[in-house]
Design a protein around this ligand. Structure first.
Ligand SMILES: Cc1cc2nc3c(=O)[nH]c(=O)nc-3n(C[C@H](O)[C@H](O)[C@H](O)COP(=O)(O)OP(=O)(O)OC[C@H]3O[C@@H](n4cnc5c(N)ncnc54)[C@H](O)[C@@H]3O)c2cc1C
Length: 481
């Protein structure tokens, strides 16, 4: 029987037992542990979108199941956390509260306030590193400033091994049972209608699902990652993003597992594949680095001159984009993959984002909000930083004038049209040479494929060449740097 007053372990974006600094320290102390999660509605907390809420439901269920094996239950409460945490600490007589740090400004402020108030009540409040390879305040340029350019940032990180991941605690002493909300009462799942069928088929949320995705990447998908990661028609990437988003796996675990696999020659890919993959984890770090140092980028252009951009923002075009009915097959396939599975391939995210911003001249913030609502991996830093990257308004961003041609992008990255066929079944029978521009296909080919442009599949909502010139003209009006 464990003795001493309990420690409250507050789970947030770290829904796992392994490599969890806060849980590890609490278990190691030998004192009883009370595990809690707060669905926080404090001002400044960005409410999760529908797809992420679906993920969270299942991830919390998985975490509860893992904790039960140790005789614990995950206690669920509704926020604000500033109220809920001290209340739960008082209810179970805890004298210490542990958690892993978060890096978005509003959450940091909440955590600081809670820490100060617990300490002033004579309690121990301790936080740990948890969701990044290196904490953003520990990484800086030679002149002591935050990075704004990825390559030197990555050089610094790459040469610095993150600490070895902590094992899942063998024994956790269970603390007193607190009253808890039921998971269903948090209302995280869609009901009317239940649109989550595609998500259920595509994903296994939870720590075990994360470990499986990592194993499968290391032993199978890693082969050819560097060359195939841009191919949406191949399953070449890890699909770890939602698991990372909810902290079911840490980037440190991934980093070390990859290094071990390369060393033991069990990694399916080459050294080049491994480097490329690590660099993608580096982009995740970079996005958090930017958001940590420039919290305003959530809603403001990082480069101020983009404030003068004249958006068009035609609502019917926004709807066509959201529904995957723009008439550009690669764009429509991406938007439908997102709707059906809660995820979209990275190359296609870039194509659809560029299309919205440049072809339709719709504010990147609208696109970011749609992704926030529909992505299972919707991440406060990666979403915003990538949207600004595509818009040209961000850090180390793609120049605005580099406007993706959706036809050429489709031909290059989905050459046989298999990806389009999977998500745009109306075009299933269109031959590869026409699938990315069906409006240019001869009538008899379209008739044979059962396609009637307009009635069965839309004609392009904008002409690529004209839209490109319009966007460039708007860009030319911006003040220079
Ligand atoms: C407009 C736009 C919006 C995006 N929004 C998000 C988002 O909300 N959440 C999110 O996790 N990613 C976002 N990304 C980045 C990227 O598309 C996804 O991380 C990636 O597609 C996830 O698939 P994967 O796990 O198979 O990636 P892999 O290729 O297997 O990469 C491994 C991991 O590296 C990270 N990563 C890869 N590419 C990027 C990148 N460009 N930026 C940041 N991290 C990256 C992810 O954590 C990913 O799981 C966005 C990209 C764009 C262009």
């Amino acid at each position: 029987m464990a003795s001493g007053s309990p420690t409250l372990v507050w789970f947030r974006d770290d829904l796992r037992l392994a490599d969890n600094g806060a849980l590890h320290a609490a278990a190691k102390s030998g004192r009883p542990v009370v595990a809690v999660y707060v669905l926080d509605d404090s001002p400044g907390i960005r409410e999760l979108g529908g797809a992420a809420r679906w993920w969270l439901h299942h991830s919390l269920a998985g975490l509860d199941e893992s904790l039960r094996k140790h005789g614990l239950r995950l206690v669920l409460r509704r926020g604000p956390a500033r109220q809920a945490i001290p209340e739960m600490a008082a209810e179970c007589g805890a004298t210490s509260v542990f958690w892993n740090r978060r890096y978005r400004e509003p959450e940091r402020k909440i955590d600081e306030a809670i820490k100060a108030s617990l300490k002033s009540d004579g309690m121990e409040a301790e936080s740990f590193a948890g969701t990044l390879l290196h904490e953003p305040f520990r990484v800086q340029t030679g002149s002591g400033k935050p990075y704004r350019v990825f390559t030197p940032f990555w050089k610094t990180i790459r040469g610095n091994h993150p600490p070895a991941p902590l094992p899942a605690p063998r024994n956790i002493a269970a603390g007193p049972r607190l009253k808890t909300e039921t998971l269903d009462s948090l209302c995280l799942l869609p009901t009317k209608p239940d649109w989550a069928g595609g998500l259920r088929r595509a994903w296994t949320p939870g720590e075990a699902g994360a470990r499986k995705a990592l194993r499968s990447f290391l032993s199978e998908r890693g082969d050819g990652y560097a060359s195939d990661r841009d191919r949406p028609d191949r399953e070449a990437t890890s699909r770890l993003s939602p698991h990372l988003r909810f902290g079911e796996i840490s980037p440190g675990q991934i980093w070390h597992a990859l290094h071990t696999a390369v060393h033991d020659e069990t990694f399916a890919g080459t050294g080049h594949d491994a480097e490329k993959f690590l660099a993608e984890l580096g982009w995740r770090e970079f996005c958090w680095h930017l958001l940590f140092h420039e919290p305003r980028i959530e809603t403001e252009n990082l480069q101020k001159r983009f404030d003068a951009f004249q958006w068009r923002g035609e609502p019917s075009e926004r709807t066509a984009w959201q529904r995957g009915r723009t008439g550009y097959p690669i764009v429509d396939a991406g938007m439908r993959q997102l709707w059906q599975t809660g995820w979209m391939h990275n190359r296609v995210r870039m194509i659809v984002a560029s299309f919205l911003i440049k072809h339709l001249m719709i504010d990147w913030r609208d696109g970011e909000a749609w992704f926030w609502d529909t992505l299972v991996d919707a991440d406060p830093a990666s979403n915003v930083a990538n949207w600004q990257w595509v818009a040209g308004s961000g850090a180390d961003a793609a120049p605005f004038f580099r406007i993706f041609n959706p036809i050429l992008q489709g031909k290059k990255f989905d050459p046989a049209g298999d990806y389009v066929r999977q998500f745009v079944p109306e075009l299933k029978k269109v031959p590869p040479e026409h699938i990315h521009e069906p409006w240019n296909a001869p009538d008899d080919i379209l008739a044979k494929a059962g396609v009637r442009l307009g009635p069965t599949y839309p004609l392009p909502i904008v002409d690529h060449g004209r839209a490109r010139n319009r966007a460039l003209a708007a860009f030319a009006k911006l003040p220079k740097d």
